[in-house]
Design a protein around this ligand. Structure first.
Ligand SMILES: *Cc1c(COP(=O)(O)O)cnc(C)c1O
Length: 350
């Protein structure tokens, strides 16, 4: 990323702050593979406590958190019920198939949120010729579905049904803390119904690297085996964990600002000729908007924005996705909104 841009492309664009770099510089470290890195141990205890699980493991990325959860929970030939927009289905290079030999059983949720009834319908009957349905995966927030917050009642209903049917419930909690900031519920309330759950440190929390996967002590023991097999076991990883601990102390409360900022951005775009945006969909730090009525594709619109100093990615042929995060101020988000509106007006008039 360049300082010349207002970068709303992704909350992965956050760079470690001065305070975080100090925490990194003064981190206590040890051999993480041997369980001897005090900073990593502290981070795992902190996240396990935050999510009300017995144990947690520090991993290099959110993708690895998902992959390991799937590898532990499933066997080759199993099927996972997930929304059609889910990161594990759309954006992990087919890892569930390539690594775990598992197939997705996708459902069409309402903005990424599906119902207990849809789960029941997606479960394959017990029959030798059919794949064994093993797991239900939910994403909080549902990123590519619009940044939707899974309502607690919907999550509880899905998890209860899944458990009744003998299925495991896994939460991709890349932006779980954004959902917490956007709602009146705690992280524990959302993680409670799930057997495994993880947080991404490298999105809105602003760390350079990492995710933390939590679950039962047995689950984490098995997860550790996969961590070694996949080459994810580390050594003096305390320098990375220190960033995570710093983020949990300093960057959680402020996620509400990101949610507010993107809301203001979305409100600026609402009703502008050429742009279509569904404000009901803007629930966390993500806003999708459609620019087809300007006559440009999302990619072409995105290029024109870049020429004006705003980076917002084309997520779909007609839609762009903007995210607010730690590295953009409210003023910058509003300025970006003005630039988007200005471009749309010009295109519609010409
Ligand atoms: C970013 C993201 C991931 C992957 O996390 P990385 O840390 O980038 O590997 C998984 N799920 C969702 C919903 C994400 O947004």
């Amino acid at each position: 990323m360049s300082d010349d841009f207002i970068d709303l492309q992704s909350d992965t664009q956050t760079r470690p702050t001065a305070g975080m770099r100090e925490a990194i510089a003064s981190a206590e470290v040890g051999d993480e593979q041997r369980g001897e890195d005090p900073s990593v141990n502290r981070l795992c205890e902190r996240v396990a406590e935050l999510l009300d699980k017995e144990a947690a493991v520090f991993l290099p990325s959110g993708c690895m958190c998902n992959n390991i959860a799937i590898l532990v929970h499933c066997r080759p030939g199993d099927a996972i019920i997930a929304d059609q927009s889910a990161h594990i289905v759309t954006t992990e290079a087919g890892a569930m198939a390539a690594l775990a030999g598992v197939m997705p059983e996708t459902v069409a949720g309402d903005r990424g949120v599906f119902s207990a009834e849809q789960v029941i319908q997606a479960i394959r009957p017990e029959k030798r010729s059919l794949p064994r349905t093993r797991m239900v995966a939910v994403e909080q927030t549902a990123n590519l579905a619009g940044g939707t917050v899974w309502p607690l009642e919907a999550l509880e209903a899905v998890a209860e049904t899944a458990h009744e049917k003998g299925l495991i419930v896994h939460m991709d909690g890349a932006r779980l803390l954004n959902a917490v900031a956007a709602s009146s519920h705690s992280a524990k309330a959302y993680s409670g119904p799930c057997d495994s759950v993880w947080l991404d440190l490298s999105k809105g929390l602003g760390c350079p690297v990492g995710g933390v996967l939590a679950g039962s002590a047995n689950f984490i023991e098995d997860a550790w085996r996969w961590k070694h097999r996949l080459g994810g076991a580390m050594r003096q990883a305390g320098v990375l964990a220190a960033a995570g601990l710093y983020a949990l102390d300093h960057h959680v409360e402020r996620l509400a600002e990101d949610n507010r900022n993107i809301r203001l951005f979305a409100e600026k775009l609402n009703g502008v000729p050429g742009i279509s945006i569904d404000l009901a969909l803007v629930q966390s730090n993500i806003a999708f908007f459609d620019v087809s009525a300007t006559g440009l594709s999302a990619a072409a619109f995105s290029e024109k924005l870049a020429a004006r100093g705003v980076r917002i990615g084309a997520q779909e042929p007609d839609r762009l996705r903007a995210l607010a995060h730690l590295d953009v101020t409210r003023e910058q988000v509003l300025q970006a909104g003005d630039i988007v509106v200005g471009l749309a007006r010009e295109l519609v008039q010409s």
